[in-house]
Design a protein. Sequence first.
Length: 393
Amino acid sequence: MAKLLEIKNLVTNFYTYEGVVKALNRISLDVEHGEIFGLVGESGCGKSVTVRSLMRIIQEPGRIDGGEVILHYDGQAGATAQSVDLLQQSEHFMESLRGDQISMIFQEPNAALNPIMSIGDQVAESFLFHREAEMCRKIYKDLAAGRVRGVGPLAGILKGLYELKAKSPHHLLFKLLGRLPILKKWDRLLHEEARRRSGEIIARLGIANADEIIKRYPHNLSGGMKQRIVIAIALACSPMLLIADEATSNLDVTIQAQILALLRDLRRRKAISSILLITHDLGVVAETCDRVGVMYAGNLCEVGSIGDIFENPKHPYTAALLNSVPRVAQEGALQSIEGSVPNLVSPPTGCRFHPRCPHVKEICRQRFPETVAVDNGHTVACYRYTDNPRPRA
């Protein structure tokens, strides 16, 4: 299957007063077209930092210090397919990409939604930012066909304004003349089209009474409904890659199941190409994902299919994590992982899991293990599976 996203040797550090927090230590993974890839691990292991790095939204004092994030994408309408390193692109390029080719569902919908904007206006923002030219073309066709009422003789003038705007990518003239009644009329038509599309995307997500929902505000909605609205915003422009960062962790299990079923159905109907699902819940991973990567203390320990990871885990941390999960037929006490997660200001030398590992070797304390393939598509970073260890730069 073709790759959609490739992350190669990604390094992200946070420069704090206590020292440099080495949050990501050469993370490498890929997401294929049409799959749901899960990234799992304990809180603080670097899952969210990974996706924020690829989106280029790491805030100070964080900094991306190395690596590549290659996106293989179709480009804008009519453009040829291309591959770009997102870490080498301008902020203007990233702004055009976020919400269009790549969208993100954040963990807390209350923080993602503006409390003083209606739901319809918040979903409409995506269309206005990324699909303005497309909506302009539709409005003009409606004007030419007489489908827009209350315009009358203004149709010809609006046509000329649209043609002028299409030739002016920065719309400087429109910013200068934006107070003119004729331009206010065009702006109103544009916002009406965006709100119409907002109602359509909300309805496609199975939300009843979409025409009423777009008039409400976030405080009028339940937690599950707000999360669906955040998903609607992320899906507005049909992104190739949808990133769900702990999107269901604050919801009760019934609503969580509905949201996960919705994501699977969207992938099945090809509303989106691929999903990168960030979670600490192994049950969610088992029910939802095709492949999974296991992270520990800023390192990627193991990557494999759901069957590989759950039935034949190779890395000692993966096995320990699975053994600590409660089961229906649980007998006796749960097995815990001895020790604690290391301080990433001064992480252990070599493998970062070695102070807690029951299979530790001397080489584990000295050098970080290279990632090796143990089966088709199943990789692990552990000295139990390599006979020729090499130092990691």
